[in-house]
Design a protein around this ligand. Structure first.
Ligand SMILES: Nc1ncnc2c1ncn2[C@@H]1O[C@H](COP(=O)(O)OP(=O)(O)OP(=O)(O)O)[C@@H](O)[C@H]1O
Ligand SMILES: [Mg+2]
Length: 547
């Protein structure tokens, strides 16, 4: 439509102004107004359509990215910080698609208007048109130089932005440590350092991109000057009408304006392209262990045993955490696992739950390698109470029911009773509907632990894993909860990790982990027979202390 308006100038100048044909004096301005009205409507609807498509694509990308994030294995989360995750799985979709659509629209509009305007140029004078277009070719070279530099700087800038996000997260999650250790000045200093870095990169980007606009202005000015020189001569020598010349210049100015401004949104376009590229990389990432989005898997009915066959494991290549572990737990029995801190107890249960995969040997359930059991089924078969339990923001009831979405009101009540939560919940005005805060921040350590135990109880799965499940409880609560755990463990195959040996009173046998392997195993009685053994010494130390 820009082109049509420019084209109208030719009859207007030639017929109305120079030809004194006033019949057209009203017609052409009216047409211009009507056209610009139509153009306004089109601009509105194209902006709407563009925003719709942009938001829609962003929405779909975010859904797909979140799905990918949930599919990633534990190793991925070990390696990635929260800032990078927020950048790659959320912000990139926004920067990539929303901005790209905005710039894409401008780009497409410009291509179409350039085609129209080029036609007008050629209609008016092909010689001048050639000259004008020849100049346009030269804008390619500066763009190429800036593009390379910007890609590098954009990535650097994103990286620093991600590090800043980590700072915010740490202030939120570590606020108690920050306040009590007086780390405010320290954190501030570190953060200022990072902000200065971001500032420097941002200024470098400005330095490297902002010369583009003046250069474009210069190239366009040369084009325009050449056209004026040649065009003036063509008009004076009668090869071109004045109207054609005015129309030509109008079309050329309309075409050159966006080119002059290319520098302005170049940074945004580069950031979008980098983000889109990264989204592709993110979506192509492989996760070593499969993820299950299935909610109604059936648990295994364990009838024989869980076997660790020559299991070895290392988080980092060359640094073994477990070596040649061999043992089996008969169905319905309970094994206690003890050992020094860092001895690999938690790692052992990570392997059983396939949070990590063994690097040697195999774990079998009823003779079947756990790697060949569908992951949803495997996980449905176990209830784990972790050393650092995670509660989700939501109510106590919601957190308990995360163990089993099909759990009934009765199941929740039973779990609450057996986990010795009844008194605590009765003391809350909102009862089970009390919010627990982000990560359960509003509860005490012991309360969180008991909710986690209740969650494991409603799950009602054949395998129960307790990793220091009662470490946050005092002796009396522990004695109470011990009963609860005994209820939880009834008819189940259980692995209990404990530092407090009293927790192990009901286990069938005990494994002592030391130096990456099983140092001792047997019933408590058998282990105590060797007074120099690790277990006997641990027992001695705790016994003396409590005495
Ligand atoms: N995600 C990880 N990446 C790399 N190394 C790890 C990881 N988790 C644990 N480790 C290392 O593996 C070893 C065993 O850790 P693990 O958590 O299994 O010990 P643990 O016996 O449960 O100790 P604790 O009694 O203190 O809970 C430790 O040396 C630890 O530093
Ligand atoms: Mg542990």
């Amino acid at each position: 439509m820009d082109a049509i308006i420019a084209a109208f100038l030719r009859p207007y100048v030639d017929q109305v102004i120079l030809g004194h044909n006033f019949a057209n004096s009203l017609f052409i301005p009216t047409c211009i107004i009507l056209f610009s009205l139509a153009q306004g409507l089109c601009i509105y609807f194209s902006a709407y359509a563009n925003a719709w498509v942009g938001n829609r694509v962003t929405l779909d990308a975010k859904k797909e990215l979140f799905h990918k994030l949930l599919s990633m294995d534990v190793c991925f989360f070990d390696r990635s910080d929260s800032g990078t995750i927020a950048l790659h799985f959320n912000q990139d979709a926004e920067t990539g698609f929303k901005n790209l659509m905005g710039n894409g629209k401008a780009f497409i509009t410009r291509i179409f208007s350039s085609i129209g305007l080029t036609v007008v140029l050629f209609i008016n004078s092909w010689k001048l048109a050639f000259l004008a277009l020849l100049t346009v070719i030269f804008i390619y070279f500066p763009i190429r130089i800036v593009r390379k530099k910007m890609r590098f700087l954009t990535k650097k800038n994103d990286h620093s932005g991600a590090s800043a996000t980590v700072f915010y997260n740490e202030v939120c999650q570590g606020n108690r440590t920050i306040i009590s250790y007086g780390l405010q000045a320290n954190r501030e200093r570190h953060f200022h350092g990072l902000l200065n870095e971001i500032f420097a990169v941002s200024m470098r980007m400005t330095r490297h991109s902002n010369w583009l606009s003046p250069v474009m202005h210069f190239i366009v000015a040369i084009g325009l000057s050449l056209v004026l020189l040649l065009g003036g001569w063509l008009v004076q020598s009668g090869h071109m009408s004045s109207g054609a010349f005015v129309s030509f210049i109008a079309a050329l100015l309309l075409m050159y304006t966006p080119i002059k401004n290319i520098g302005n949104n170049f940074v945004a376009v580069q950031a979008s392209l980098v983000a889109v590229e990264r989204i592709q990389e993110t979506l192509k990432m492989n996760s070593t262990s499969p993820a299950a989005f299935e909610e109604d898997a059936e648990p295994i009915c364990l009838d024989s045993e869980i076997t660790f066959r020559d299991v070895s494991f290392e988080y980092q290549p060359g640094q073994p955490v477990l070596k040649n572990i061999n043992f089996s737990i008969p169905a319905g029995k309970t094994v206690g696992i003890v050992g020094h801190s860092g001895g690999g107890k938690t790692s052992l249960i990570h392997l059983l739950a396939r949070l990590y995969d063994v690097t040697g040997g195999a774990i079998e359930i009823d003779g079947q390698n756990i790697q060949s059991i569908p992951i949803a089924r495997l996980h449905r078969s176990m209830a784990i109470v972790f050393q650092d339990n995670f509660l989700f923001s939501g109510t106590i009831r919601e957190n308990i029911l995360l163990g089993n979405f099909k759990g009934t009101e009765e199941d929740v009540k039973t779990a609450v009773r057996l986990a010795y939560l009844e008194d605590f919940i009765a003391s809350l005005p909102l009862g089970l509907e009390t919010p627990v805060g982000e990560r359960g921040i509003l509860l005490s350590g012991g309360q969180k632990q008991r909710i986690a135990i209740a969650r494991a109880m409603v799950r009602n799965s054949p395998i129960v894993i307790l990793d220091e499940a009662t470490s946050a409880l005092d002796n009396r609560s522990e004695a109470n909860i011990q009963e609860a755990l005994n209820n939880l463990m009834e008819d189940k195959t259980v692995l209990i990790i404990a530092h407090r040996l009293t927790t192990l009173s009901r286990v069938n046998f005990i494994l002592v982990l030391n130096n990456c392997g099983i140092a001792e195993s047997g019933t408590e009685e058998e282990l105590l027979k060797n007074p120099n053994g690790i277990y006997a010494q641990m027992h001695q130390a705790q016994f003396n202390k409590s005495e």
